[in-house]
Design a protein around this ligand. Structure first.
Ligand SMILES: CC(C)(COP(=O)(O)OP(=O)(O)OC[C@H]1O[C@@H](n2cnc3c(N)ncnc32)[C@H](O)[C@@H]1OP(=O)(O)O)[C@@H](O)C(=O)NCCC(=O)NCCS
Length: 192
């Protein structure tokens, strides 16, 4: 059965507030995409104008209501400024969800994504009833790999043709964590 997740759901971490996106996030998202290489590890392309973000925003709102994707803006708990995005998407396999994320380039390397992904694991396993959460990173994307390793995900597959960028295939590794592995790591206080 689909879980109904209220629009006003917020998830608190030590430093971040995860909330449903709002249209007012667009300027900060657009500014992130102005940094060279920001979109290289993700399937979406940088928009040419801020208005181009309207359509994906509407799709995200719809997807939330359909229960197929829950995208969260990561905001600074103290200032409410946008730090990044983290989303969890249903796959076509029962109770298997897929993770995607980005941090604004001016906020990278401060541990925000690691903190946010841990919170999304709790949401995914406890609220969505996920039994497995997966994520893929382009082989060259060391920071993404590091985040996934820090949160306890393990390699499960090499994907030679994960997605295309500038007409070339990007190789990726798929990582995974099961609900059991996650609960063991939470119980043991594993925060490496
Ligand atoms: C991947 C990304 C989300 C990480 O966000 P972040 O907020 O910087 O993540 P964190 O600060 O929690 O952790 C980053 C880790 O990567 C490490 N790292 C950064 N650059 C690295 C590099 N070139 N080689 C190895 N490790 C690197 C950091 O040192 C840190 O690890 P540490 O805590 O052990 O020091 C961010 O770099 C990003 O948004 N990239 C562009 C979009 C993208 O590629 N998204 C992922 C698609 S799969």
């Amino acid at each position: 059965m689909e879980r109904v997740i209220p629009h006003d759901l917020t998830i608190h971490t030590a430093r971040c507030l995860l909330r449903r996106p709002v249209l007012e996030d667009a300027p900060a998202i657009f500014s992130a995409t102005r940094f060279a290489g920001f979109n290289d590890g993700m399937q979406w392309e940088p928009p040419t104008t801020i208005e181009e973000l309207d359509e994906p925003f509407r799709e995200q709102m719809l997807a939330w209501d359909e229960g197929s994707v829950f995208a969260f803006t990561i905001a600074d708990l103290a200032t409410n400024g946008l730090l990044g995005r983290v989303g969890i998407r249903k796959t076509n396999r029962p109770n298997v969800w897929n993770l995607g994320f980005w941090t604004h380039p001016q906020q990278q390397g401060k541990g925000y994504m690691t903190e946010s992904v841990r919170a999304i694991f709790t949401f995914g396993f406890e609220e969505l009833g996920a039994t497995q959460i997966e994520a893929s990173y382009a082989l060259w994307n060391k920071s993404s790999r590091r985040v996934l390793e820090k949160v306890g995900m393990k390699f499960i597959a090499y994907i030679p043709h994960a997605f295309q960028k500038q007409g070339r295939w990007v190789e990726a590794n798929k990582m995974s964590i099961s609900r059991r592995e996650w609960s063991i790591s939470v119980a043991s206080g594993d925060r490496q």
